[in-house]
Design a protein around this ligand. Structure first.
Ligand code: HEC
Length: 312
């Protein structure tokens, strides 16, 4: 019995330890010996082993003591010349008390005088363990109602949920405050020839977002203008391009992407468009708007190429 309980406790313990580890990125079992928890697990396992061994030894000791006691009782009975009667064990007495079952010999006393074709009915009482469990639930319910519904000492499920949501929101707020989003100030925006950002911009541009109206290569189609030439309707400076994408030209069919895209995505896609300058795709749309001349093209280009090399 005791061994079984210990075994179950041990199983639950190892199972829960395993479940916790499984959630971590690197699990305990990947490298058990070097895991920081290893000494704790080892000591716990050792303690459990000791407890099991002590339990087994104690069980045997009790058995031996019992045997010796029975022997002395027997000898005593023989000396006195009376028959030896086996005393019920502690467990048997306890079980009898809990169940209060009526022995077969006494069943006559509790027989109800109902006879259904030879089948008789006994007036057995509910076993005390069951009755006390029942009274216990009644007592529990009184305490529960008093605590949860009258005194408001502990939160109900709904309140508990609200509290956790509030806590999570607070944590999210703190996390955001700790690592503020990169501010993109369009007035200070400068084009950097960063391949990673341009690649991200390209994946935003392709397909339904922009490619549908400007073609994936930016050459333009019947709807959207050519984005690869030097002619611009709304200005070809990166700040102006950023602002056109962010605010759109809604009345002309160019959506305002600032509403649905993060500032980072708008910047990346603006950088991608800048990188298309002069790419001259085949069958590109005829230029629209005015020829755009960058105010200081030479230094920007030079620093761009050094930037690109530095970042590689
Ligand atoms: C529904 C069609 C459509 C989609 C989708 C679209 N555009 Fe446009 N875009 C247009 C039209 C039309 C214009 C021209 C506006 C005008 O005539 O003033 C334009 C203009 C522009 C301009 C200004 C060009 C210039 O000459 O000044 C840029 C830059 C631009 N789009 C970028 C984008 C980007 C980036 C996306 C995707 C995030 C996008 N567009 C998605 C239709 C579209």
């Amino acid at each position: 019995m005791r061994k079984a309980v210990l075994f179950i406790v041990f199983m639950i313990y190892t199972a829960s330890a395993f479940a916790q580890e499984a959630q971590a990125a690197k699990t305990f079992w990947d490298d058990p010996v070097n895991d920081p928890m290893f000494p704790i697990y080892l000591v716990t396992a050792f303690i459990l082993l000791v407890i099991i061994l002590v339990g087994v030894v104690a069980l045997y000791l009790v058995k031996v003591v019992n045997m010796l006691m029975t022997e002395t009782e027997k000898a005593k009975a023989a000396k006195l010349g009376i028959p030896y009667v086996v005393k019920p064990s502690l467990w048997n007495r306890f079980a009898q008390k809990m169940n209060a079952s009526v022995p077969m010999e006494a069943e006559k006393d509790i027989e109800l005088h109902h006879d259904y074709d030879g089948i008789k009915e006994l007036d057995n009482h509910l076993p005390p363990w069951w009755k006390w469990l029942f009274y216990g639930t009644i007592a529990f319910s009184v305490v529960y109602i008093a605590i949860y519904h009258f005194s408001d000492t502990l939160p109900l499920q709904d309140q508990e949920y609200q509290q956790e949501v509030a806590l999570a929101e607070e944590q999210a707020r703190k996390l955001k405050a700790a690592q503020p989003q990169e501010e993109i100030d369009e007035n200070a925006l400068a084009f950097t020839n960063d391949p990673a950002l341009i690649e991200k911009g390209k994946s935003v541009f392709n397909g339904n977002n922009c490619g549908a109206c400007h073609r994936n290569d930016g050459g333009g189609n019947t709807i959207g203008p050519n984005l690869t030439d030097e002619y611009w309707l709304h200005g070809g400076d990166v700040k102006q391009v950023f602002s056109t994408i962010k605010n759109g030209v809604v009345e002309k069919g160019m959506p305002a992407w600032g509403k649905s895209m993060s500032p980072q995505d708008v910047r990346n896609v603006a950088f991608f468009i800048m990188s298309l300058q002069g790419s001259n795709p085949a069958n590109a749309k005829a230029p629209q708007g005015e020829l755009f001349k960058a105010t200081a093209p030479a230094p920007t280009a030079a620093s761009d190429s050094t930037n690109a090399q530095a970042s590689l």
